[in-house]
Design a protein around this ligand. Structure first.
Ligand SMILES: NC(=O)C1=CN([C@@H]2O[C@H](COP(=O)(O)OP(=O)(O)OC[C@H]3O[C@@H](n4cnc5c(N)ncnc54)[C@H](O)[C@@H]3O)[C@@H](O)[C@H]2O)C=CC1
Ligand SMILES: O=C1[C@@H](O)[C@H](O)[C@@H](O)[C@H](O)[C@H]1O
Length: 337
């Protein structure tokens, strides 16, 4: 059985996902694409050699009879309307993060999915599929370091474009940690605070960079998360969990150790596409397999909502300078299955 897939938004990650579905994974076929910049969609069709129709509009594509499932990889503020339209059409939809740019937007999707009575939405939170994070989780669940007490994290990008604004450090970047740490610790967030260190000179003037997000979970774990999106030297994701009897660190991506010219060195990646390449492959293969089996199992709309509630509180904390509460709605039993 081949799942016929339509892609809405053929920018960086839309093209990369279309590439992996076409040239790496099995069971999926890209039959339709659209982008507000039509020439971008046409260029992707040509570059990847896709046998796909180019639509003028995402809603038209969602309704197309030969499209079984959607990838929503357009800009964050457009996700909610496309995911709601996909649910209305009764079609499976893989939506890149964020599910919606506000918690209320995510809740609208949660409510629509619950009303549809079937899991149709998977979010592109790929870190739980990353081998390194899986090893961390296994060690915590096996009680190898006792109860987790503190987590030190860093999320560093080499540079960001001028269009990247201060709140995006939360809704676009920290959102990955806001998702993966709930899963890792099997916990939810109680409060958040954002503090601003001295700013780097290597930033656009309007952007506060770096930032430090301080989080307290319901179990009392304290998390400090550095977001530094103009760090210059690489794409660097760090996570260190301090437990009662030991410390575990996220493994570095595999890389050659080179002895040469009186130096011992190893390269640092610079591109998010490479850092999580295996996780992206696995999450999308799971989505395709889940559709074929009539049951998708990846990160849910509720996970998208939970991360967005924390993100909303962080954005509030960016502006207030205060400790802000993270208050979630009651989890529908639908998501306990
Ligand atoms: N899971 C992950 O690690 C990553 C996720 N993302 C997420 O993926 C989404 C896209 O990010 P990028 O590919 O980096 O951005 P991008 O700007 O490279 O691509 C987005 C594309 O969507 C198109 N678009 C915007 N509005 C549209 C609409 N209404 N209908 C059709 N097309 C539309 C744009 O013209 C553009 O070509 C964002 O939500 C981002 O947060 C991006 C990078 C990594
Ligand atoms: O999702 C991503 C981007 O959208 C975001 O802009 C980057 O900061 C993240 O590192 C990357 O993983």
């Amino acid at each position: 059985m081949t799942i016929r897939i339509g892609v809405i938004g053929t920018g960086a990650i839309g093209e990369d996902h279309a590439r992996r579905i076409t040239h790496v994974l099995s069971g999926g076929h890209i039959v339709a694409v659209t982008d507000v910049n039509r020439s971008q969609a046409e260029a992707v069709v040509a570059r990847l050699g896709l046998d796909a129709r180019v639509y003028d509009d995402g809603h038209e594509l969602i309704k197309a009879a030969d499209v079984d499932a959607l990838l929503v990889t357009s800009w964050g503020p457009t996700h909610e309307e496309f995911v709601l339209a996909a649910i209305k059409a009764g079609k499976y939809v893989f939506c890149e993060k964020p599910l919606a740019t506000t918690a209320q937007g995510c809740l609208n999707i949660v409510n629509a999915e619950v009303a549809a009575g079937q899991r149709l939405v998977q979010i592109g939170f790929m870190r739980p599929y990353d081998r390194g994070y899986q090893l961390l989780k296994q060690a915590i669940d096996d009680n190898q370091i006792g109860e987790p007490l503190m987590v030190h994290c860093a999320h560093r990008n080499p540079t960001v474009p001028e269009s990247y604004i201060t709140s995006m450090a939360i809704v676009d970047t920290a959102i990955h940690e806001l998702d993966v740490l709930r899963w890792l610790l099997n916990d939810d967030y109680k409060t958040v605070q954002v503090v601003y260190p001295r700013r780097t000179r290597n930033r656009f003037e309007h952007l506060a960079d770096p930032q430090v997000v301080l989080i307290e979970t319901h179990k009392g774990v304290r998390i400090d998360l550095e977001i530094f999106v103009n760090c210059q030297y690489g794409y660097d994701i760090q996570c260190s969990v301090v437990g009662e009897t030991g410390i575990i660190n996220l493994p570095e991506p595999q890389s050659l150790l080179v002895r040469s010219d009186a130096r011992l060195s190893t390269a640092i990646l610079t591109d998010w596409k490479q850092r999580f390449i295996d996780a992206y492959d696995i999450e999308l293969q799971n989505f395709i397999n889940g559709i074929a089996q009539g049951r998708i199992e990846g990160p849910t709309a509720w996970d998208g909502y939970a991360a967005a509630v924390a993100a909303d509180a962080c954005v509030k904390a960016q502006e207030s300078g205060q400790i802000e509460a993270v208050v979630m709605a009651e989890r529908p039993a639908f998501y306990n299955q």
